[in-house]
Ligand binder design. Structure first.
Ligand code: BG6
Length: 492
C-alpha cells in the first residue's frame, strides 16, 4: 500500500489556469492526489486567467484535461465529479486591476490557511502578478509562490525576475520548480547514493572514469516553436534539468534532507563547475539543430520549416564536456547531452567505473568491460549495474557482460506518481528540498552565460543533424576524441 501523508487545507490559485501546463500537468496531478485522498475536503483550487469564464466552463475545461491526460483506469464519474467540485474560477488581468477585488473576496472567505499562488504564465508576468498580490494584501505569512522556468534568458534577466518576486515574497516562500527533481527516479538517485553504503567509497575519480547524462527526446518542438525559439535547448534543458541532475550525481552527502542542507551541497557543485576558456568553448560544447528525417511516427520536417523561419540559429541539441573543480571529481569528465528529434526517448545517467588495474585473464579475455551503473529516469525506470561474469561451460575463462537489473515497474507494482504530484504537495507542506534556491539558479547561469554569449557573438550556426539520429557528428567526436563513446544499452 502506498503510504501517504495528508496535507492541511489550502487554497491554490493557478494563474494561467487555462494554459498548456495547467492542462497537461497541474490539473491531472491534482486530480491524482485528490483521488488518493491526500487533499482534504476543505481545500480549494481557484483557476485564474484573463479569459472570461464561469466556474462551470472552467470545470468543463478541467474535465477535458482529465479525460485527455489521466489514464482511463484511474477515473470514475464519482472521483472526477468530486475533484471538479473543488474548482472555482476568477478572471483577472495580470497587468491591470480587473478581477483582483473578486480574487481578494474569494480568498478572504476561507480565512487564514496555506495559500499558494502558482504562476503558470510567462516570466514577463511574474513581476506584475506579484506586485498585485502585494498591493491587494493577498500575501499572508502562510502564502507561497510557485514559478516555473524559464527564469530569465540569462543571469542578468534572471536576477531581475527574482528581484521582482523577492519584493513581495521572502526567499523561503518562493518555490522554483524544476520538474526533474520531482521525478521518482531522480529521488531514487539520492536514495541510491545516500541510503546505501556500497557506492559512496567508489564515488570519486579514483574509481570512476567518467559520467554521462543524456536527456533525449524523439518529439520536436510540438507547437511550442514560439517559446522554444527564444529559448533553445541550452536554456530549456541544460541550465536547469541537466545541471540539476549533475548536481545530484556530484554533490557531497548533505548532513540531512533539510532543504538548505541539500541545496548548499548542490550549490557547491554549481560553483565548482570549471569555467570554459575560449578554447574550451570551441572544443567542449556542441550545438545542433534538427533537419527533416524520421521519427517513430514516420517522416518529419526540420526545425526551420516547423518554425517558418529559415534564419533561426536556435539550437535543438547541446552536448557539453563539463568538468568539476574538486578533489572528488578532478579527473572525471561529465558528458552531457540533450536534444529534440533524437533517435530514442531516453533520460539516463551512466556512471562508468575504471577498468581493473591488471587483467589477469588476458589469455582468454583480453577485453574486459568496465562496470557501468545506469540510472534510467525514463522510460522503463530502473537501475542497472553492468558486470563481467564467467560464461558458463568449459573452454577457458570467457566473460559475459550482464546487468544486475532492477526495473522499478516490475519491482513495485504501485503507480509511479508524476513529478508534479509530489512537487505540488511539497509546496503545500512547505518542503523546499526539491526546489531551486535563488543562488543555485544564479550559479547555473554563471556557467551557461559565457556559452550563450559566444554563440550570440559568433557568426557560426548550430550543426545540422537529421531527425531520428543521435545529433550532429561533432557531438560524437566530442566524446570519441577522449577514447570514449556515448552509452547505448546493449541490444537497443
Ligand atoms: C520541459 C521542457 O521542461 O521538459 C520541454 O520545456 C521538454 O521542452 C520537457 O520536452 C521534458 O520533460 P519530460 O518530463 O518529458 O522529460
Amino acid at each position: 500500500m502506498p503510504r501517504m501523508m495528508p496535507v492541511e487545507p489550502f487554497d491554490l490559485v493557478v494563474f494561467g489556469a487555462t494554459g498548456d501546463l495547467s492542462q497537461r500537468k497541474l490539473i491531472p496531478a491534482l486530480f491524482h492526489r485528490d483521488d488518493q485522498g491526500q487533499i482534504p475536503p476543505e481545500a480549494r483550487i481557484i483557476g485564474t486567467s484573463r479569459r472570461d469564464m464561469t466556474d462551470e466552463a472552467f470545470r468543463a475545461f478541467a474535465q477535458g484535461a482529465i479525460e485527455k491526460f489521466v489514464e482511463a483506469e484511474f477515473r470514475t464519474a464519482a472521483n472526477v465529479k468530486r475533484f471538479l467540485d473543488r474548482l472555482t474560477y476568477v478572471s483577472a488581468e495580470a497587468t491591470q486591476e480587473d478581477g483582483w477585488l473578486k480574487l481578494e473576496k474569494v480568498l478572504a472567505a476561507a480565512g487564514e490557511r496555506v495559500r499558494i499562488f502558482y504562476l503558470a504564465v510567462g516570466p514577463e508576468l511574474f513581476g506584475p502578478i506579484c506586485e498585485r498580490l502585494g498591493s491587494h494584501n493577498l500575501v499572508t505569512p502562510h502564502s507561497r509562490v510557485v514559478v516555473e522556468k524559464p527564469l530569465g534568458k540569462d543571469g542578468a534577466s534572471a536576477q531581475a525576475v527574482n528581484d521582482a518576486i523577492g519584493k513581495v515574497f521572502p526567499e523561503p516562500s518562493i518555490y522554483r520548480i524544476d520538474h526533474y527533481l520531482g521525478k521518482e527516479t531522480v529521488q531514487n538517485l539520492m536514495a541510491l547514493r545516500f541510503a546505501n553504503a556500497l557506492f559512496e567509497p567508489l564515488w570519486k575519480d579514483e574509481y570512476i572514469d567518467h559520467v554521462q547524462i543524456t536527456v533525449a527526446e524523439t518529439l520536436g518542438v510540438e507547437g511550442r516553436a514560439g517559446y522554444y525559439d527564444t529559448s533553445g535547448a541550452m536554456r530549456d534543458m541544460v541550465q536547469n534539468h541537466i545541471l540539476q541532475l549533475l548536481c545530484l550525481v556530484a554533490m557531497e552527502p548533505p548532513s540531512s534532507m533539510e532543504a538548505d542542507a541539500v541545496r548548499d551541497e548542490k550549490l557547491k557543485v554549481l560553483k565548482s563547475l570549471k569555467p570554459m576558456s575560449a578554447q574550451d568553448l570551441e572544443d567542449k560544447v556542441v550545438r545542433g539543430q534538427y533537419r527533416a528525417g524520421a521519427s517513430s511516427t514516420g517522416a518529419v520536417g526540420g526545425y526551420l520549416e516547423e518554425l517558418g523561419n529559415p534564419d533561426s540559429k536556435t539550437e535543438t541539441f547541446v552536448a557539453i564536456k563539463a568538468q568539476i573543480n574538486s578533489w572528488r571529481w578532478a579527473n572525471v569528465p561529465f558528458y552531457l547531452r540533450t536534444g529534440k528529434r533524437l533517435s530514442q526517448r531516453v533520460s539516463e545517467i551512466m556512471v562508468q567505473f575504471r577498468e581493473v588495474p591488471l587483467n589477469i585473464f588476458k589469455k582468454t579475455a583480453d577485453d574486459l568491460q568496465p562496470n557501468r551503473l545506469i540510472i534510467r529516469l525514463q522510460p522503463d525506470e530502473g537501475i542497472k549495474l553492468w558486470l563481467c561474469v564467467k560464461e558458463p561451460g568449459p573452454g577457458g575463462l570467457r566473460f559475459k557482460y550482464v546487468p544486475l537489473d532492477m526495473n522499478f515497474a516490475e519491482a513495485f507494482t504501485t503507480r509511479q506518481p508524476e513529478a508534479y504530484e509530489r512537487l505540488l504537495m511539497d509546496v503545500v507542506r512547505g518542503n523546499q528540498t526539491l526546489f531551486m534556491r535563488r543562488d543555485e539558479v544564479a550559479a547555473a547561469w554563471r556557467y551557461i552565460d559565457p556559452i550563450l554569449d559566444k554563440w550570440k557573438e559568433g557568426s557560426d550556426s548550430p550543426k545540422p543533424y537529421q531527425s531520428g539520429t543521435w545529433g550532429p557528428s561533432s557531438a560524437i567526436a566530442l566524446i570519441e576524441r577522449d577514447g570514449r563513446t556515448w552509452y547505448e544499452a546493449p541490444g537497443t
